[in-house]
Design a protein around this ligand. Sequence first.
Ligand code: F6P
Length: 326
Amino acid sequence: MGAVKCIGILTSGGDAPGMNAAIRAVTRSAIYNGLQVKGIYRGYRGLVTGEIKEFKSQNVSNIIQQGGTILKTARCQEFMTPEGRKLAYENMKAENIDALVVIGGDGSLTGARIFAQEFDVPCIGLPGTIDNDLYGTDTTIGYDTALNTIIEAVDKIRDTATSHERLFFVEVMGRDAGFLALNGAIASGAEAAIIPEFSTEVDQLEEFIKNGFRKSKNSSIVIVAESEVTGGAMHYAERVKNEYPQYDVRVTILGHLQRGGSPTAHDRILASRLGAAAIDAIMEDQRNVMIGIENDEIVYIPFSKAIKNDKPIKRQLVSVLKELSI
Ligand code: F6P
């Protein structure tokens, strides 16, 4: 084992259900392996301002089932500056923290990567985001819960859509990734999904209309990924109003309700495995890697790969949606 005696743990960026399960797993696994644990509050901001507290096993009791993050989270502008990161490093040293475990998405792992390079600090990342947009892990912590929230909402929208024989555009999160939209559409039996990954290839609205969506159905639901590339659900509703005024259109934007709620079994198990693996990685002197699970195996992915390599969307999912929505 290397020189690490004390680890700091933080959650950063958008919260995701299962982050608490990850905090619990990292904390308990570290203590089990003889390491001291310090919780850093409000993401990198707590590192910059010194909002840090020692965590014992009981600090993480009764949280595996809770959504959100007990450590709070933030998007910290100061940490994006060299001066802010220097303050963060000084606080880390003052607290005797030897290594960091960062739970978050793309932006959070980018921050960890820069920090690790500048100050030679071992950082381990855990993929925590509902967007599922990190390369090197089959799913990210929070994604499965958000998907389940989406299908619960769409099931309800279907009832009213069918009663009124309406066309609904339902906007889901994902930043610039279409995983929630595409898999949400398959799992809720929606008629189509509009996602940024294929926006430049085809006019996804035209394709949906041309496929004759009204032939055999009296309601239609299209899941639209939020994104500047797609324009979002409002954009498509406007287009339909102008180009196909015969359809009665409504829009639902699911918004932040997708980020809340008790994590599913999948996310709890994922977070627990990844959290324990983060401590294994530290004990093996690994540094500057994200821990992922691919094909049910723990993998270590260098930050540069996890962040840069856009995770591809499987085209087979698009065909499945198309075939099953006839
Ligand atoms: O990255 C998670 C996410 O929920 C995205 O899907 C979404 O675009 C963004 O965060 C919203 O961020 P905020 O909560 O800061 O509005």
